[in-house]
Design a protein around this ligand. Structure first.
Ligand SMILES: [Zn+2]
Length: 63
């Protein structure tokens, strides 16, 4: 019987629990933008798009 040990190595050693960088506090449906440090609501598409632009400024919010 032929056993190829190389083929079993399919998943990386630390696959779980380390997906988010420390600067990115990811919880539920909002996160802290690493560029402008503003809270981005993932439920608001405008905010998501805004904070994906490199070198942007904090979005002005009217409450
Ligand atoms: Zn931002």
């Amino acid at each position: 019987m032929l056993h190829q040990a190389v083929k079993t190595e399919t998943r990386p050693p630390l696959a779980s629990g380390r997906r988010t960088p420390p600067a990115l506090r990811q919880c539920c449906d909002n996160y802290i933008c690493p560029v402008c440090e503003q809270v981005v609501e993932l439920t608001d598409f405008r905010q998501v798009v805004w904070h994906q632009r490199p070198g942007h400024q904090p979005m002005e919010m009217d409450d």
